[in-house]
Ligand binder design. Structure first.
Ligand SMILES: [Zn+2]
Length: 426
């Protein structure tokens, strides 16, 4: 039990230490956020969300962070609307209380996974069909955390660096890994066949015929279409950067590079409109087309719009640099000084156990066990470790948390293709 005690001690940061850390980060200059959005509707299934007044600590304006999201619905708009209304609360509900900024940011990737799965589970329990992509972006000062299912991409354009993609496209057509996962979980991947046996259109997954391998909702497709998001967290350098978040109406018409270039030099509001205009010019209005542009602007040039990079820098090859475990802060400062975006976290596994890890604090403030996904309290006999009975059980710890309630355990099995086909919990 030594390791458990250690873990427990590690979770408790003395208040004084927390405050002093907070004060230090207060002294670092805060970037200014500017954003704009634009949309052209064809089916009325694209939704977006902008919330710039969220607070990590209620009533403390210096703990403010912003959320931007694009939700591209299919087979109806119910899943997109439900996710827009509930996902943020589900993510925040999965974050332990009383964390300082750094701890909070570290806990975010796990909370995003729990929040996505909970939203999916609760939407499905309403018995409505339809599904949605979600690209959910949290901006806390210089740190950008993106969680996504589906194919609504988020890109980052930084001065002097190449354009980088902060999401992966969960499209069966383009994602070999996801194709393999779906097939291994019992799904069939193929194209629509028309009379005469000719195959048409993109790769789809059967049952259901969805082109995406991950989404929220979609209770009428195979359960291997999972809501577990790809998550990436980066820290921008002090030159800031521009995020472009958009539905596939944009990305089917423009490459990431083209979208970034088309709006450089314009302020965020005009930039979003320009990206949509450019996509329509290239391809016409074939689909709902929605775009959010977010500029993260250093304090000393907060009035100027995001400027295009000057001449291509020969030494820009190193865009992302993984955080090393030793001396992370020192490294971070150095990277920031040379304008390099630091990658803090990246994980795309579709396996819930891998995503919830084993350092999760599985006790509520009252000391009760809670479900790591839906946050309900568990009776001592009720919690099932996320690691129990897994194929990795040789190396995992079935007696340790995080724990899941029976419902969430059931959902986990279904997502891994372990539930007998045809049996579905509505
Ligand atoms: Zn649960």
């Amino acid at each position: 039990m030594g390791s458990r005690d250690e873990r427990h001690r590690h979770n408790l940061v003395p208040l004084a230490a927390l405050l002093s850390r907070e004060m230090k980060s207060e002294k670092m200059e805060k970037p200014t956020l500017r954003y704009g959005y634009a949309a052209q509707s064809r089916k009325g299934e694209d939704y977006f969300m902008v919330k710039t007044d969220c607070q990590r600590i209620q009533g403390n304006p210096s703990s403010t962070f912003s959320v931007f999201a694009i939700l591209d619905g299919h087979n109806g708009n119910a899943a997109a609307i439900y996710s827009k209304d509930h996902l943020l609360n589900h993510v925040l509900g999965a974050l332990p209380r009383g964390l300082g900024r750094d701890e909070w940011l570290q806990a975010l990737p796990r909370a995003l996974v729990a929040g996505f799965v909970k939203t999916d589970k609760e939407f499905q329990s309403r018995g409505e069909t339809s599904g949605t992509t979600v690209t959910f972006v949290i901006v806390d000062r210089w740190t950008v955390t993106v969680a996504s299912v589906g194919d609504s991409r988020c890109i980052l354009d930084t001065q002097g660096s190449a354009v980088s993609v902060l999401t992966v496209d969960h499209r069966l057509e383009e994602n070999v890994e996801e194709r393999e996962r779906v097939t291994a979980s019992g799904g069939e991947v193929g194209r629509l066949s028309i009379v005469g046996g000719a195959e048409v259109g993109p790769l789809r997954c059967w049952p259901g015929g969805l082109c995406l391998s991950r989404s929220i909702g979609d209770m009428d497709v195979g359960e291997f279409i999972v809501p577990i998001p790809y998550v990436k967290q980066v820290k921008l350098s002090s030159v800031g950067g521009r995020l472009i978040i958009a539905s596939d109406g944009i990305w089917d018409a423009l490459s990431s590079e083209m979208a970034a270039k088309s709006c450089r030099g314009l302020p965020a509001e005009l930039a979003a409109r320009q990206v949509v205009k450019e996509a329509l010019r290239t391809r016409g209005l074939k689909d709902d087309t929605t775009c959010i542009v977010v500029d993260i602007i250093p304090p000393d040039n907060s009035i100027q719009p995001f400027r295009p990079p000057k001449k291509q820098n020969k030494f820009r090859a190193l865009l992302f640099r993984k955080r090393s475990h030793n001396g992370a802060n020192k490294l971070s400062k150095k990277l920031s000084a040379v304008g390099i975006v630091e990658e803090l976290f990246e994980e795309g596994s579709a396996m819930l156990a891998e995503r919830l890890g084993d350092e999760f604090s599985s006790k509520s403030t009252s000391g009760l066990l809670i479900c790591a996904v839906c946050q309900v309290g568990l009776a001592p006999s009720e919690g099932i470790s996320v690691h129990a009975g897994s194929i990795f059980s040789m190396s995992s710890k079935p007696w340790q948390g995080p724990f899941l309630c029976a419902d969430c355990r059931d959902k986990k099995d279904a997502m891994e293709g372990k539930r007998p086909s045809g049996v579905k919990v509505a």
